[in-house]
Design a protein around this ligand. Structure first.
Ligand code: NAD
Length: 436
């Protein structure tokens, strides 16, 4: 095989995972050429156009990622297309598309994609699937599609652990990675390729001896986190209703190394992964394994997490109970700090509930609003300024930003105990969910 073919890498899905991964590959010393693939629809066409015009289609705080993105397009190491047939030029293909059960089309989309890949890819192409999948999906659905007849695709499952935000790029190249595959040829190719992209000396790869276990690792990882978040919510409700300082208790518990990941009070869980991955277990048990095992902790956790913004609503209701139609400014609408991503945003759920209760609601988010926050405050009058997402720019607001005329409510641990104490010394009325 010629060397150009060996250097051509395809990444399918130019979203929050695939795009930065494509940039990391194009930026590797190995001199790879990356082709990013998107769906052939209006959205995909727009994404490709932006990428090819050096417009980063995802808002990100990470300057390193943006710089490397522009350089890789400028240096012709990376371009994007909706023409999947071009994948035949690639010796290695990564799949980073989304998959969920919110729509029937999602299963159809992924199955259709693997059928097309099988028809286009050359024998022994390295195919690395990063998409989070229900355990058993590779072995029971994907492999029968791509490993039939004579043509054999070198299949590796290796889920992604990227963290969009300030250290976005770093979270790809300096992060632990788990993988599983079927044969030594795939393993050799995979390790050779990834050793050029990520810092495997410092973050060695972990091999899992079953693809299904590897898929389950990711789902368990995210289910554990979702459950951990849900667990604290009932304690927050009790503490809020009875004026107990749950944050003080949590600070003490966190000092024990075995308990340091206990969660803090918060507005809720959003984003793409924690709201959908845990559902995969019941799907797998039911459909892929025909098992009678069920996951009631997961069901309960997801239900609690979906309703979590209501804890904040009740908190706000007690604070503004004497005002007829409270007018609030919600700060931060993305699903988490320092990302421009609205998927399942708890602030937007909070807003919807408050509007139904006749509150007047305005929002501001540095990632979506062109309007300066101070101007917004000058033009409109509010009863309360509510910190919903701890973006860095909210965290670092100077003491001079805070005025005595407003009530400030911190729903998301935007401020530490010291800043809250300093503000209170200046007679600023600030209240934090979980602190008394
Ligand atoms: N976002 C995260 O932080 C994160 C972290 C770890 C793992 N994951 C997992 O990675 C996967 C991708 O997540 P994401 O956040 O990048 O999703 P995303 O929605 O941002 O990106 C997926 C992209 O794939 C494209 N796509 C869908 N079907 C396609 C097809 N048939 N051909 C070409 N392109 C197609 C979509 O148009 C979209 O742009 C998911 O399984 C997710 O659970 C995400």
């Amino acid at each position: 095989m010629n060397s150009i073919f060996n250097r051509n890498i395809g990444v399918i899905g130019m979203g929050f995972v695939g795009l930065p991964m494509a940039v990391a590959i194009a930026s590797a010393k190995k001199n790879y050429n990356v082709i990013g693939f998107e769906k052939n629809n209006n959205y995909g066409i727009k994404v490709c156009k932006n990428i090819n015009n050096k417009i980063f289609p995802i808002q990100s705080e990470d300057k390193i990622l943006k710089k490397k993105f522009i350089n890789s397009i400028k240096n012709k190491k990376f371009y994007a297309t909706t023409d999947l047939n071009q994948i035949e030029k690639c010796s290695t293909v990564l799949v980073s598309i989304g998959f969920d059960f919110h729509s029937k089309d999602s299963s159809k989309n992924i199955i259709e994609l693997f059928k097309k890949l099988y028809s286009i890819l050359k024998n022994k192409t390295l195919l690395v699937v990063e998409t989070t999948l229900p355990p058993g999906f590779s072995e029971k659905i994907i492999l029968p599609i791509i490993n039939k007849n004579e043509k054999k695709i070198n299949y590796v499952y290796s889920f992604e652990r990227i963290m969009p935000g300030e250290n976005y790029y770093n979270s790809i190249v300096n992060n632990t990675r788990v993988y599983s595959t079927l044969n030594t040829d795939s393993k050799k190719k995979f390790l050779h390729f990834f050793s050029k992209i990520i810092n495997i000396k410092k973050f060695p790869m972990s091999e899992i001896n079953s693809i299904t276990t590897c898929e389950l690792t990711k789902v368990l990882e995210n289910s554990y986190r979702a459950m951990n978040i849900a667990f604290i919510d009932e304690w927050v409700k009790f503490s809020t209703n009875n004026k107990i300082n749950i944050n003080g208790a949590i600070s003490e518990i966190k000092k024990r190394s075995t308990h340091s990941n206990i969660m803090r009070p918060g507005i809720g869980v959003g984003g793409y992964c924690l709201t959908k991955d845990p559902y995969f277990m019941n799907y797998s048990a039911n459909n892929l394994f025909k098992s009678t095992n069920r996951f009631p902790f997961i069901d309960l956790s997801l239900k609690v997490n979906r309703n979590m913004p209501k804890t904040s609503v009740n908190f706000l209701k007690t604070i503004f109970k004497n005002i007829k139609k409270p007018r609030l400014l919600l700060l931060g609408i993305s699903y988490k700090q320092n990302v421009k991503d609205l998927r399942s945003s708890p602030t937007l759920i909070l807003k919807k509930i408050l509007l139904k209760l006749n509150y007047k609601i305005d929002t501001h988010d540095y990632f979506f609003d062109k309007k300066n926050l101070n101007n917004k405050l000058k033009i409109n009058s509010y009863n309360g300024i509510i910190f919903c997402v701890p973006h860095n720019k909210y965290k670092s607001l100077p003491l001079s930003f805070f005025k005595k005329k407003y009530i400030y409510v911190d729903l998301s641990m935007t401020f530490g105990i010291k800043k809250i104490e300093n503000l209170r010394k200046k007679k600023i009325n600030i209240i934090q969910l979980g602190s008394y």
